[in-house]
Design a protein around this ligand. Structure first.
Ligand SMILES: [Zn+2]
Length: 253
């Protein structure tokens, strides 16, 4: 049960995902470590113009993370790094699964969590799904309890679905936050000044979790496609191939 977690490792793609998914949970646990997978500064969206460079934008987002997580109690954060020390580029985590897995495994082994919590595999953001692949792998390697939370995805009819699992079932756990917890969560979210337009669609009242179940990331039961341009649609196909190669590489070890 997620309520029994005393020392979770929360593994998310971007600064702000951890608060949207677990901002109440992070206030309740005695100690937590948040691990961010990518640099949070995707190319092609004009952030370099607004912030001077993509590096500046990335730095700003992680400063915000430091302030937001400072409100959580006993919670720190780390970032995945490639072997050469670089951070992984936003939207391209699926191209670096092996090195990202090594980095996550190293961090998790040092922190010794009693659970790992991550994004549900839902087809909303390509980095969120890659986090799910990596967290399932790490949970298996370290025999950890794994939990997932939903953020967003688009239905077959083109509707954005927010904070609900693609395949809901009875074993979901919903946290009911107190007024004080909601107030702190809102304060945490307000620290993410660079993301305010995006954050407005999420509710601070909802935190849903469920335990990992078997998930064939390379062959989801639904059509994997990400909203965006032709590049995003192409990347969905490549990502599925990478997930398949990654799981095959480990099934033979
Ligand atoms: Zn995200």
């Amino acid at each position: 049960m997620i309520e029994n977690a005393k020392r979770p490792l929360v593994f998310v793609a971007h600064p702000d995902d951890e608060i949207l998914g677990c901002g109440v949970l992070l206030q309740r646990v005695p100690a937590a470590l948040v691990v961010f997978a990518v640099d949070g500064a995707p190319a092609g969206f004009g952030f370099e113009r607004k912030f001077g460079s993509l590096e500046n934008y990335s730095v700003a987002r992680f400063r915000e993370a430091g302030r937001a997580l400072g409100l959580a109690g006993n919670c720190s954060f780390l970032r995945l790094r490639a072997r050469a020390g670089a951070y992984f580029p936003d939207r391209h985590l699926f191209e670096h699964l092996q090195e990202a897995a090594e980095s996550l495994l190293r961090i998790a082994s040092e922190f010794s969590p009693d659970a790992i919590i991550t994004h549900a595999f839902e087809g909303g953001h390509i980095d969120h799904d890659a986090c799910s692949v990596l967290a399932h792998h790490t949970a298996k390697r370290l025999s950890l309890n794994g939990f997932e939370f939903p953020l967003y995805w688009r239905s077959e009819t083109g509707q954005d679905v927010i904070q609900r699992f693609r395949d809901p079932h009875a074993e979901e756990i919903t946290l009911n936050p107190s007024e004080r917890e909601i107030a702190i969560k809102n304060k945490m979210l307000s620290e993410y000044g660079s993301q305010q337009d995006l954050l407005a669609v999420f509710s601070p009242m909802q935190e849903r979790f469920r335990q990992f179940r078997f998930c064939d990331h390379a062959r989801p039961a639904w059509t994997l496609s990400y909203s965006g341009n032709w590049r995003d649609r192409r990347d969905a196909r490549i990502a599925l191939r990478r997930y398949s190669e990654f799981s095959e590489a480990f099934s033979t070890m």
